[in-house]
Write a protein that binds this ligand. Structure first.
Ligand code: CA
Length: 232
């Protein structure tokens, strides 16, 4: 990705569209605008943007259809911008390959922070010297390759799910607070980040706990945070 990423804004609401485009312009990002799903797909194919900001409620199709279409040919980061506050919709969007989401109404700072996360390379935090392959029960993380395996089968995680899993695995046995985790993942600690964290934890768990009815790897400490358990 170059230093001046091209961002495709997909939004049919004039007020929000203007807010986002003005924010991007002031912060020296290049952008394209689409107000319908068909236009969004055409612009994504023809201009290969570096990031897509996607509204889910569009006049001609559900935003999820755009995620499915784009994921057939590209890994462009997709940040969903949605008025839907229902976690089910967010989880569906993430399951189909969105990378992150913001709930309306959002602040300009929040939007810019999410764009920075998407543009940054999502490396694992490597402060301490760590083994390059982590094993816990049937879960294996190859940090240098950036791959995760369960029962020797590779799992497809979004960048944020991967980062979350690395953070928990590198602190195995320790309870990490919501604030600590959101600071490490998004660099911010808004209330909305904690809500996002819950959603990403749900999608991550669905992937790594797929053969188990109870949480084997990740323990929830209600009101505090999460911890990865060591499997004996
Ligand atoms: Ca809309």
């Amino acid at each position: 990705m170059n230093n001046n990423p091209l961002i495709l804004i997909v939004e049919d609401d004039n007020h929000i569209k203007n807010l986002i485009s003005t924010t991007l312009k002031v912060n020296k990002y290049s952008y394209l605008l689409a107000t319908s799903g068909n236009e969004a797909i055409m612009l994504a194919v023809s201009h290969k943007p570096d990031i897509i900001l996607l509204d889910l409620g569009l006049p001609d199709m559900d935003g999820v259809e755009i995620i499915k279409n784009v994921r057939e040919w590209s890994n462009i980061p997709i940040i969903v911008i949605s008025a839907r506050s229902d976690d089910k919709d967010k989880i569906e969007a993430l399951d189909f390959g969105a990378d992150d989401y913001i709930t309306k109404p959002f602040s300009v700072e929040e939007l810019l922070a999410r764009i920075r996360v998407a543009t940054r390379r999502l490396n694992c935090m490597n402060e301490k010297q760590v083994e390059s392959v982590f094993k816990n029960g049937d879960l294996t993380i190859d940090y240098s390759a950036g791959c995760v395996y369960l029962y020797e089968k590779e799992l497809h995680l979004t960048p944020i799910e991967y980062k979350l899993l690395c953070l928990l695995s590198k602190n195995i046995g320790k309870v990490l607070t919501h604030t600590y985790i959101t600071m490490e993942i998004w660099g911010t600690t808004w209330e909305s980040d904690i809500a996002s964290l819950r959603v990403f934890m749900t999608t991550l768990r669905k992937k790594i706990e797929q053969n188990s009815t109870e949480s084997k790897y990740i323990q929830t400490h209600i009101g505090i945070g999460y911890r990865m358990l060591r499997i004996e």
